[in-house]
Design a protein around this ligand. Structure first.
Ligand SMILES: [Zn+2]
Ligand SMILES: [Zn+2]
Length: 84
């Protein structure tokens, strides 16, 4: 049996852009939310303080935004600063 690698546990697709994962479109876990993304949707890198990950790891864009927000607004996170 050599065809298990092309099925790759079913037909999951990127939760960011919906692209189907193939042997060419590799899937990646966002280290923060654990969802599966294609390489372009998970090309971001961030530390994840709340998970005690001090090094920069792969995250998706929504998590990156969230993590950046938490980082910057660490001691006044209830104020919800407007960004962008
Ligand atoms: Zn994607
Ligand atoms: Zn994420």
């Amino acid at each position: 049996m050599v065809d298990h690698w092309c099925k790759d546990e079913g037909s999951e697709s990127c939760v960011g852009c919906g692209v189907r994962f193939t042997i060419y479109e590799r899937r990646h876990h966002c280290r923060a939310c654990g969802k599966l993304f294609c390489s372009s949707c998970s090309k971001y890198r961030s530390q994840i303080p709340k998970m005690k990950i001090p090094q920069k790891v792969r995250v998706c864009k929504p998590c990156l935004d969230q993590l950046r927000g938490e980082e910057e607004d660490d001691d006044d996170q209830k104020k919800k600063k407007k960004k962008n």
